[in-house]
Design a binder for this molecule. Structure first.
Ligand code: ARG
Length: 596
C-alpha cells in the first residue's frame, strides 16, 4: 500500500502542477503544529522564489485547487504561505480498513527483490558465562534480524561464537592439572575418544576463571596455555576432541540462555570455522601485493586520504604467524561469501570495536574479499550502565552474569504482578500463570528498556523504571495490549463473536481520529526502521500508539455504546490496534501475556 503521506503528496503535487507550478513543491510532512492540522506542505514558501510572487498567493491557489477533493476535510492556506492539511475522516477510515484487510502486513509491502542478509550478533565466548555485555548484542541483533525478515529479506542470524584463542588453551591446561590421567593428554593414544564430556557446565565455568586468574600470576602457566592453544590450532588430536566437548557443553548452556531471552540463531558457527580459510586468504593478499611485512607482522594498509583521524594498518598475521581477531573476521567474510553470498553483513558489537570493524571492512573491500555490491555494516552499541552511570556491575563490583540479572528482574516482576492480582482480586490467576506472566513481562521490560534507546547511546539500566507499568516501558505496552484483549473478550462474551476486521467507520471523535492517524503510519515507520536498522523507531511508534489508544479508551464508552454499528466499528479499530502492537513487539523480540 502507498504510504499515507505519499498518497497526500500525490494529490498536493498534482494541484501544484495544475496551478502551473513545478510538482516538486508538493512535498508533504507531518504537521509540527498538531493543534492546527495533521499534515502540512511548505512548498509555496520555496516556490515563491522561482515564480517571484508572494508565497501565500501560490498557497491560496493550490488550496483552492484542492478544495472539494474527497481526501481532505480542510486545506487551509495560512500566511506567509503554508498549506495546513486535515484529512477527511472517511478517507482515513478507508485507509485503515485497507490496512486491516492486509492481514499480517497492514499495508507494509515486503521487498520486491529480497536481499540475503547475514546478521552477526550475540558473539558469546565459549566456556565463559554470558554477561550483561552480551545482552545488548543479543537484544538489538535479534530485533534487527526480525526487522529485516519482516521487510521480506532472506536473513541468516549467526551467533559467531568466540571459540578460538587463548581461552581454549587455558581450559586445556587447567583441566590437565586437575585430571592428568585423562586420555586426551596421552600423546601415544590412538583410539577413539569418549563421546561423553569429561566435565559439566558448572565445572567448565569454574575451570575457566580459575585458569584465567592463574595465567595472570603464573608465567609458566600462561606459557603452557599459549603452547596448548598453538597445538590445538595446529590440530593436536586430543585437544581437538576436548575442543569438541567444550563447544558442546557450552553451546547447550548458551542455547538455554538465549532461549530465555527469546533469541534464536539460524547458524551456530564460530571463529574456529573460519580458520581453514586463513592460509589461502593470506596467500592471495600477499600475491596481490596488498599484504606486506611491517615490524615482522603482516599488514594491509587501510588508511584513506579523507580520513580525519589516523586509521592504522589492518594486521593480518602477528610476527609469530598467529592469527588475530581481525584475521578471523576477514576469513569469516571469505567463508560467508562462499556459503551464502550475502548482499549485506550486519555486525552487532560494542561501539568500542568500531576501529576494528573499520579496518576489517576496508581491508575486505580493498583486497576484493567482497564485491562492491556487498554492504558491510557495524552497528556499534553503547554501554549499559548502572544507576551510578558506570558500567553495570554486581553489588560486589564484579561482572553481572546474565542469568542472575534476569532472575532478579523476574522476581521483581512477580512481586508486582502478585500485588496487582491481590489488588484486583484477580485470584483466578494461578501461581503458575503468574510466574509465566512475570517472566514474559520481565523480558519485555529488559528488551524495551534497551531497544527504546538509540543503539549507539549508553543507557542506564534502571530496574525500577523498566518494570513500571506506566511511562515509556515494555510493561506499559503489554498492559495496553492486555487491556484491549480484555475488552475484546468481554465483547465476545456478550455478542458471541468479533465483527469484520475492515468495518471501521469514519471517526466520531478527535481521539478516535488521532488513533487512526497513528495506525496509518505503520508502513512508513517500518520502512524507516529497516532503512536505519533502528528498533528504537518501533518503540517510539508503539509508545505513541499505546498513548493514543489509552486516550481513546478513556474518552469513549466502548462496551456501553448503544449504537451497535458504531460499537462494532470501535471493536474493529481495537482489533487492528492490537494486531499492530503484537506485530511490533514480535519484531522487537518479545510477546504479551493473556492478562496481567
Ligand atoms: N566475541 C566478541 C566479544 O565478546 C564479539 C564478536 C562480534 N562479532 C564479530 N564478528 N567480531 O567481544
Amino acid at each position: 500500500m502507498k504510504k499515507i503521506i505519499d498518497a497526500i503528496a500525490c494529490e498536493v503535487t498534482a494541484a501544484f502542477e495544475a496551478c502551473g507550478y513545478d510538482g516538486k513543491y508538493g512535498k508533504v510532512t507531518l504537521s509540527n503544529r498538531p493543534d492546527l492540522c495533521e499534515f502540512q506542505c511548505n512548498g509555496a514558501m520555496s516556490a515563491a522564489k522561482q515564480y517571484s510572487c508572494a508565497p501565500f498567493m501560490i498557497a491560496d491557489k493550490v488550496a483552492g485547487r484542492l478544495s472539494g477533493n474527497p481526501m481532505f476535510a480542510e486545506v487551509n492556506s495560512v500566511k506567509p504561505g503554508f498549506l495546513n492539511i486535515i484529512l477527511a475522516p472517511a478517507y482515513v477510515a478507508q485507509y485503515v480498513n485497507d490496512m486491516a484487510g492486509d492481514a499480517g502486513r497492514f499495508g507494509c509491502e515486503a521487498a520486491a527483490e529480497p536481499l540475503t542478509i547475514i546478521v552477526d550478533y550475540g558473539g558469546p565466548n565459549v566456556a565463559k558465562p554470558l554477561h550483561v555485555g552480551h545482552l545488548r548484542s543479543a537484544i538489538i541483533g535479534e530485533s534487527v534480524k526480525r526487522i529485516c525478515k519482516f521487510m521480506g529479506h532472506e536473513v541468516i542470524g549467526d551467533v559467531h561464537l568466540g571459540d578460538w584463542g587463548l581461552q581454549m588453551g587455558l581450559i586445556i591446561v587447567e583441566l590437565k592439572e586437575r585430571r592428568p590421567e585423562l586420555v586426551y593428554f596421552d600423546d601415544s593414544y590412538e583410539g577413539a575418544y569418549p563421546t561423553e564430556a569429561p566435565f559439566t557446565i558448572a565445572e567448565l565455568e569454574d575451570i575457566y576463571p580459575t585458569a584465567s586468574a592463574k595465567s595472570k600470576e603464573d608465567e609458566g602457566f600462561k606459557a603452557a596455555a599459549l603452547l596448548a592453544t598453538g597445538e590445538l590450532q595446529q590440530g593436536r588430536r586430543g585437544y581437538q576432541a576436548l575442543l569438541g566437548h567444550i563447544l558442546n557443553v557450552s553451546v547447550t548452556d548458551l542455547k538455554r540462555n538465549y532461549r530465555s531471552l527469546n533469541v534464536d540463531f539460524e547458524l551456530w558457527k564460530g571463529e574456529s570455522d573460519a580458520q581453514q580459510y586463513v592460509p589461502d586468504m593470506v596467500q592471495k593478499m600477499k600475491e596481490d601485493g596488498f599484504a606486506y611485512l611491517s615490524d615482522g607482522a603482516l599488514v594491509v594498509d587501510v588508511k584513506e586520504e579523507t580520513d580525519a583521524k589516523e586509521i592504522p594498518p589492518c594486521i593480518i598475521l602477528k610476527s609469530d604467524g598467529a592469527s588475530l581477531y581481525s584475521t578471523t573476521d576477514l576469513a569469516t567474510i571469505v567463508m560467508r561469501m562462499e556459503e551464502n553470498r550475502p548482499d549485506r553483513i550486519i555486525y552487532l558489537a560494542d561501539a568500542r570495536q568500531s576501529m576494528h570493524f573499520t579496518q576489517v571492512f576496508r581491508c575486505a573491500r580493498k583486497t576484493g574479499l567482497v564485491p562492491e555490491s556487498t554492504e558491510l555494516v557495524h552497528i556499534g552499541f553503547g554501554t549499559m550502565n548502572g544507576k551510578d552511570g558506570k558500567p553495570f556491575k554486581t553489588r560486589e563490583g564484579g561482572v553481572m552474569r546474565l542469568e542472575y540479572l534476569l532472575d532478579e528482574i523476574n522476581r521483581e516482576m512477580l512481586k508486582k504482578i502478585t500485588e496487582n492480582r491481590k489488588e484486583k482480586e484477580n485470584l483466578e490467576i494461578s501461581d503458575e500463570e503468574a510466574g509465566e506472566t512475570a517472566n514474559m513481562v520481565a523480558l519485555a521490560a529488559v528488551k524495551y528498556g534497551d531497544l527504546s534507546n538509540q543503539a549507539s547511546k549508553d543507557y542506564i539500566f534502571d530496574v525500577e523504571r523498566f518494570t513500571s507499568f506506566e511511562g515509556n516501558t515494555g510493561p506499559y505496552i503489554l498492559y495496553t495490549i492486555v487491556r484491549i484483549r480484555s475488552i475484546l473478550n468481554r465483547y465476545v462474551a456478550e455478542k458471541g463473536g468479533l465483527p469484520a476486521r475492515s468495518g471501521i467507520l469514519p471517526a466520531h471523535t478527535a481521539g478516535e481520529k488521532s488513533l487512526m492517524l497513528v495506525i496509518s503510519r505503520f508502513n512508513a515507520m517500518m520502512e524507516n526502521a529497516f532503512e536505519e536498522l533502528a528498533p528504537h523507531r518501533i518503540c517510539a511508534y508503539i509508545y505513541e500508539l499505546a498513548n493514543e489508544f489509552n486516550g481513546f479508551y478513556h474518552g469513549t464508552k466502548i462496551l456501553a455504546e448503544p449504537d451497535e454499528e458504531v460499537q462494532r466499528s470501535y471493536i474493529s479499530l481495537l482489533m487492528l490496534t492490537e494486531d499492530i502492537l503484537l506485530t511490533c513487539i514480535d519484531v522487537l523480540g518479545f510477546s504479551a501475556p493473556e492478562r496481567m
